[in-house]
Design a protein around this ligand. Structure first.
Ligand code: THU
Length: 135
């Protein structure tokens, strides 16, 4: 894919995430997060953070989107865009990176934005030396 269509794809994915940001259930942190995944087969799945009065029961937007995709039979993710109410670059937390490591290739991409600025990372950049095992 050339640079322009890549940029358009990234913008479209960020837009999809922005569209569901208001669905975030985050009354405890007041920090809304949304994610949109483009799977290898070309489907898009979105997710939001869902908090709980029992704090650890909450789930991040990225794992919400990944769970939706996986439960629909999608197991390889090409890209994931993440946005938040902070309107600044919102990097996936460590638990989400570990969760992603099962479903992303090293060249799968993380798309973040700060209003007009878009940053693109390879998964291997944000998750070097990921846990691996033969069992
Ligand atoms: N959160 C996410 O949804 N994704 C992340 O990668 C980091 C944190 C959520 C969890 C919680 O609902 C809120 O942001 C504040 O930590």
């Amino acid at each position: 894919m050339d640079n322009l269509s890549d940029l358009n794809e990234n913008k479209a994915l960020l837009q999809k995430a922005h569209e569901v940001l208001s669905n975030s259930y985050s009354p405890y942190s007041n920090f809304k997060v949304a994610a949109a995944i483009l799977t290898q087969s070309g489907k898009i799945f979105t997710g939001v953070n869902i908090e709980n009065l029992s704090y650890p029961a909450g789930i991040c937007a990225e794992r919400c989107a990944m769970s939706k995709a996986i439960s629909e039979g999608e197991k390889i993710f090409k890209k994931i865009a993440v946005v938040s109410s902070a309107n600044t670059f919102t990097y996936p937390c460590g638990i989400c990176r570990q969760f992603m490591s099962e479903f992303m290739n090293n060249d799968s991409e993380i798309i973040l934005s700060d209003n007009d600025i878009i940053k693109v990372f390879k998964f291997s950049e944000i998750m070097p030396y990921a846990f691996d095992s033969d069992f």
